[in-house]
Structure formats: C-alpha cells, structure tokens
Design a binder for this molecule. Structure first.
Ligand code: KG4
Ligand code: ZN
Length: 345
C-alpha cells in the first residue's frame, strides 16, 4: 500500500491506496471553521491544526481499512507548493512514519496531483495536453508533453482565482470559503448582471491571469450599489461572471494557439458550475477531450497525493531510506518535474 498525506494549506487529509491504485481509505478534515472568522487561511493556525489532527487521522486510516503500517510500500507526502509551516508539518510526520520502517519517502508535487485528480488513470494524459490548476493558491496553466513533467505556460500575476471568490464573499458578508457561497448566492439572482469595469489588465503575456483589479472594481461596485437582500445575489452573480469570463478569455486564447487534444482542469475553483459549463462548451467547439476534476476531488485531498505518489514510486521517483535532508518545494524538485516558461509569440 501507499499512504498519501496532504497538509499544504488548510485541509488535513490522509488516503490509503493498494498497489493496483484501489482506494482503501480517504478522509479530508477541513479547518474551515477555524479560519472562517478571519475570511481566509491563517498560516500559524493551519500548521497547529495539522499537528493536532494528522496523527489521529493516520491511526483512523489503518483501523478503518483494517491494515497495518507494516503493509506500506511507501509514504507519499505533499512537498509543495503550499504554506511552509503546513508543508513542514506533513513532511515531518511522513518522515516519522516512514523512517522506523525504512520505507521510501515519495515527495509529491501538489499541482501535479491536482491534475492527476482529473483522470482515472494517468494513461489518459497523452498527446498534446494542457492543464489548468485553479484554486485558492494557484491559477497556473501548463503544457504537458510527457506526464508528469509540467511546462509552465502562464500564471496569475497577482491573486489566484479562488482568492477573488473568497475576497468577494467577504465584501458581501458571505461565509468562507467564498467560492461555494458566491455560487449559491448567485443562483438566487433575478436581476441583470452588472459590469465590472477595471483598468487595462497589465500582464506580461496575453495568457497570464490577473484578478486584483477585479477585486477593486468589485469593492467599488458594492459601494455604489449597496448590499440589500435583492442586490447581494446580483453582485455575487456579477462577480462570478467576471471571474469566469476572465479565465475563459485566457483559455480560449491558449486553446487557439496550442490546439490541445486534452484539457485537464483541477483545483478548488474547478468545482464552479458556471466555469465547468463554459469549459464544456469550449471543449465541444474545439473538439478536445475535457477532463474536469470530479467535484469531491477538486479541493485539496490526499487521494490525489496517494495516487500520484503510487505512480511516482512505481517509476522510481522516491527517496530511499536513509533520507538526505529533504526540503519543501521549490527546492530540489528536479527529480519529479521540469518547469520552463515559454511565451506566446
Ligand atoms: O484546491 P483548494 O481546496 O485549495 C487550494 O489549494 O487553494 O481550493 C480552495 C479554493 C477556495 O478559494 C474556494 O473559495 C474555491 O477553491 N472554491 C470555489 C468553489 N469551491 C471551492 N470557487 C468557486 N466556485 C466553487 N464552487
Ligand atoms: Zn490545492
């Protein structure tokens, strides 16, 4: 078996898969209630909560699946990117679990794992593929010529898309995390959508994303319109529309330029229903295969770490015991992926 441990941000998650990839256990312990009053993740609170929860979650994994640590072939753990304290917590625990059993330690790239969550089998990532990871921490677009190597094509120059949802929700007095609250509120809208005007978006490449101007434009719009039971859904729907339109503008450009055969979209924001339907329309129009992350696996989870970790282990990408000093991403990750940043001409 491979155990997967995910603690890169505010979810503590553990999964067990057997060597065929079958799931023996998977649980996500959310810290949402701890961060709710702050309207965003507080790193120190997140790290301490991982320390509290992880040992009991791992014990639960073995007892529920009726397995023992002695049956493990390796320990897969998120190595980054993420909050440093949160990553260190998971990595320290993973080393503590692996070392007495002299097990291989598998450092898993969180972004690659989000893309891996989009498919049942990694074999589906073939031909010309593009991957979008869109979450509270990332809005990153990759070309994938040879899985699991990711070639960075573009990214956000400021906030991530999920942050724009979270900040918008905070302005409207909606609960954290903001994405699901904005989506729910937007469904109640009966009024026309309001335009969110922002100054020219200054990005280095036409594929880069930018959300901070949108956030400012939204704050100004809210000031102008005011929050009432009638305008709150209208404002939520207008923000959702603006965020999704910006993402789709970039996706249409990249698809026109790269003509991918497969498009993978993962990360928490990929659960958004409007974004999913717009991506489906694009895929249909361009004749490409769209692989959206199943909604339960769009958010941070350890199953994606265990599955990706198992495949990395089988391909020989792991640290054998005794481990040399191991650091969180971005240090020393050349063994699992390469990053280049080509620009459109
Ligand atoms: O992948 P994830 O769990 O954690 C990070 O790696 O960031 O993503 C969390 C983000 C939050 O910003 C949350 O508001 C957003 O995903 N999110 C959504 C939806 N569900 C979660 N955004 C828009 N629509 C949703 N339905
Ligand atoms: Zn994530």
């Amino acid at each position: 078996m491979i155990i997967g441990i995910e603690t890169s941000c505010d979810d503590t998650s553990v999964a067990l898969v057997d060597m065929t990839g079958a799931v023996l256990f998977h649980r996500i312990h959310s810290q949402e209630n701890l961060h709710e009053s702050f309207g965003g993740v507080v790193p120190e609170v997140a790290s301490r909560a991982h320390v509290d929860v992880l040992p009991s979650l791992v014990r639960e994994a073995f007892s529920v699946s009726r397995t023992r640590p002695g049956q493990l072939a390796g320990v897969a753990v998120t190595r980054g990117p993420g909050l440093l304290g949160s990553l260190l917590t998971g990595m320290a625990y993973a080393k503590g679990l692996a070392a007495p059993l002299k097990l291989p330690l598998i450092g898993v790239d969180h972004i690659g794992a989000h893309l891996r969550a989009c498919v049942e089998s990694a074999d589906e990532i073939r031909g010309k593929a593009i991957g979008l990871v869109i979450s509270g921490g990332h809005t990153h677009l990759f070309r994938i010529d040879k899985w699991p190597e990711l070639i960075l094509l573009s990214q956000t120059v400021d906030d991530a898309a999920g942050e724009a949802f979270d900040k918008g929700a905070k302005i409207l007095g909606l609960s954290y995390p903001g994405g699901p609250s904005i989506q729910k509120e937007a469904l109640r809208n009966t009024l026309p959508l309001l335009p969110l005007t922002r100054k020219n978006i200054r990005t280095e490449s036409p594929w880069d994303f930018s959300f901070s101007g949108l956030k400012t434009a939204f704050a100004l719009l809210v000031q102008k319109v005011g929050i009432t039971p009638l305008t709150r859904p209208q404002l939520a729907a207008s923000l959702q529309q603006a965020i999704v339109s910006h993402v789709m503008d970039r996706m249409e450009k990249i698809v026109a330029c790269e003509s991918p055969e497969v498009l993978l979209v993962g990360g928490g924001v990929s659960a958004n229903a409007l974004l999913r339907s717009r991506l489906e329309e694009l895929a249909l129009a361009c004749g490409m295969v769209l692989r959206l992350s199943p909604i339960p696996l769009a958010r941070d989870n350890a199953l994606m770490i265990a599955r990706h970790g198992r495949e990395l282990y089988l391909a020989g990408h792991y640290f054998p015991y005794p481990y040399k000093a191991l650091f969180p991403y971005p240090r020393d990750l050349s063994d699992v992926r390469s990053r280049k940043t080509p620009r459109p001409s």
